[in-house]
Design a protein. Structure first.
Length: 95
C-alpha cells in the first residue's frame, strides 16, 4: 500500500471516530483520491441553514501538497449577496 493510502486511510479512520460538528466527508470511490464533503452553515451566521457541498481532490504528494477543494454549492461572501447564482456554478478555494 502506498504512503498516500496509508496516510489517507488513517485520517479517514480518525474522521469517522471523531467527526467534526456540522461537517461530513469521505471518499467517493475506493481509490481514495476524490472525496465529497458537506458543511452545514453555522448557527448565528448569515450562512445558517445552508448546506454546502464540496469536492476534495487529493494527489500522491499529500500531505506535502494540499488537496484541491472546490465548493460545488454556490457560496458568496455576505457583502456579495447581490451576485446571481447562475453567474458561476462553483468556486475554486485552493489550488
Amino acid at each position: 500500500m502506498s504512503r498516500f493510502k496509508v496516510r489517507i486511510m488513517s485520517e479517514l479512520e480518525e474522521l469517522n471516530k471523531h467527526p467534526p460538528e456540522n461537517i461530513s466527508a469521505g471518499p467517493i470511490n475506493e481509490e481514495l483520491y476524490i472525496w465529497q464533503a458537506t458543511i452545514l452553515g453555522p448557527k448565528d451566521s448569515p450562512y445558517s441553514g445552508g448546506i454546502f457541498n464540496l469536492s476534495i481532490h487529493f494527489n500522491e504528494s499529500y500531505p506535502f501538497k494540499p488537496p484541491k477543494v472546490k465548493f460545488i454549492t454556490p457560496i458568496y461572501p455576505v457583502s456579495y449577496t447581490h451576485l446571481r447564482a447562475h453567474e458561476t456554478d462553483s468556486y475554486l478555494v485552493c489550488s
